[in-house]
Ligand binder design. Sequence first.
Ligand SMILES: C[S@@+](CC[C@H](N)C(=O)[O-])C[C@H]1O[C@@H](n2cnc3c(N)ncnc32)[C@H](O)[C@@H]1O
Length: 228
Amino acid sequence: MKQLVPQNPKLDERGNIDEAVRQLQDWGVLVGKGACNHASFEALRKAVHEHFKVPWTSITPAMERLLYAICAVNRPRNIVAVGIFCGNTLIWNIGPACGPGKCYAAQRLVGIEVQPDRAGMARDNLQAIGVMDSVEVIAGDGHEILREIDYPIHLLYLDCDCPYKPMLDAAYDKVSEGGLVIAHNTIHKGWAKQESSQEYLAHVRDTSVFRESVSVEPDDLGIEVSVR
Ligand SMILES: C[S@@+](CC[C@H](N)C(=O)[O-])C[C@H]1O[C@@H](n2cnc3c(N)ncnc32)[C@H](O)[C@@H]1O
């Protein structure tokens, strides 16, 4: 199992995430050659922190920057995020492709949320920073919506509070070669002890399914980043 813990106390948040990006590039997980555009990230963070209404979130500051950096470096054309709650988890994944943090042009930015009131909150938040015209927020069950998608997915982000493997199964044939699947919460004790979670991790770490898979741990929730 490959593991990356960007929590070096001698480095600040930016330095730790830069180190993580370099390592992910060395391992061939990130194919983009550049570095994170931190000035664009700071512009996005300012707008989100000023304008988003967030009842609660499990996305830490270090995770905000890591998710942004992965997207900024790899520049996925089509991004789909499942379980977006009020949009605070979506925005860090799509931020390099829209609004105040934009540093490249993408084609499709899609967020899926099963609870319609939460999808509404996400739309309001995205509207508040002026990016709603670039993003599709779909209220519905991720399994059904992923199965219907008829375009390649270059970055799939999973943050739904239901088992990840069936969600991934619904999308796997659309994940492009070299495409990333990022799953949030994967070192959280409550998540990791579930059988379905272990099944997910074993599946994405099977090299016949994903070329590479790394646990990236900037905080105590972590993400699993898998490259097809
Ligand atoms: C724990 S929340 C994610 C919160 C996120 N980590 C944050 O900090 O903002 C999980 C979300 O997944 C949504 N969800 C659960 N099952 C889903 C499904 N089948 N399809 C789409 N969304 C789903 C829930 O409604 C909830 O809003």
